[in-house]
Ligand binder design. Structure first.
Ligand SMILES: Cc1cc2nc3c(=O)[nH]c(=O)nc-3n(C[C@H](O)[C@H](O)[C@H](O)COP(=O)(O)O)c2cc1C
Length: 253
């Protein structure tokens, strides 16, 4: 594989969950956000909220990354237009704009010696965040990103093997061996770091499944299976939070 400082920063990046008290300067923050803004966009449908109050994991910076139709509508109104595009389409474009901007920020922070960690339950607190930051209609808090100088050091986490990710010309039939190998790489990698043990992050089993895992063998594939095998079966809560922010997704809209 090739390497250079950009590739190195990307391959070394990891989610940091312990931060030093060192506060990033305004100039550092401006640099990170400008690098974020320069990501490709479909429509610049992303804005950022920043709080410098103590964030989760003791991070000094706490960004909330939003899908923002409000500014687009202000601009379109000045041009004599109103949005007719459906909210599902606009949210998909907005999520892509937001994801690309957020990851540019993550890499920019990494290149400056900082670390970061996303927080994913933001959409389920959208109504509360809307009140806290006095958001106008049509701004949806998508994901949070905490950032600062790390107070912990550890190696990067594993990823699926390339053969389980990159499919040239045709999606292959994934064999049992390929699935087992992908699971082995992920599980051994997280176990080697004591990742779930350190975070005490074992997800409780619901229903009548009996717990058979300890932190000696509970790893990523079990964790992720418990999430998507038990949570969020009903979309109503999320649709409700979207509606609080002025986004309506339903058949025929
Ligand atoms: C959309 C999204 C939501 C996430 N939510 C959380 C979260 O709520 N809490 C947390 O500790 N980490 C969260 N993470 C971080 C992931 O757990 C982490 O990226 C993953 O385990 C891979 O580890 P790495 O980033 O260190 O390579 C989130 C990451 C993403 C992209």
């Amino acid at each position: 594989m090739l390497t250079n400082p950009v590739i190195e920063a990307m391959l070394n990046r990891k989610s940091v969950r312990k931060y030093s008290d060192r506060a990033p300067t305004d100039e550092e923050i401006e640099t990170i956000v400008r690098a974020g803004q320069q990501a490709p966009f479909a429509s610049q449908l992303c804005s950022l909220l920043l709080s410098r109050k103590k964030a989760p994991f003791g991070a000094p910076l706490w960004f909330t990354i939003c899908v923002d139709m409000h500014r687009m509508e202000l601009i379109m109104a000045k041009r004599g237009w109103a949005v007719v595009s459906n909210d599902l389409s606009m949210l998909l474009f907005g999520i892509q704009d937001a994801a690309l901007m957020a990851e540019n920020m993550v890499i920019a922070a990494e290149s400056l010696g900082m670390g970061s960690c996303f927080l994913g339950n933001t959409p389920y607190r959208a109504g509360r965040i809307r009140k806290q930051f006095k958001l106008p209609e049509r701004v949806f808090p998508l994901v949070e990103l905490v950032m600062g100088y790390p107070a912990e050091e550890f190696p990067p986490r594993p990823r699926y093997p390339l053969a389980f990710t990159l499919f040239e010309d045709k999606y292959p039939e994934l064999t049992d061996e390929m699935v087992d190998e992908a699971m082995r790489v992920m599980d051994e990698g997280y176990l080697a770091q004591g990742y779930y043990r350190k975070q005490k992050a074992k997800i409780k089993l619901e229903g009548d499944r009996k717990e058979t895992f300890t932190y000696d063998d509970y790893s990523w594939t079990e964790h992720i299976s418990r999430k998507w095998g038990q949570w969020l079966s009903d979309p109503d809560e999320l649709l409700g939070e979207m509606e609080k922010c002025g986004f309506v997704i339903k058949e025929g809209k």
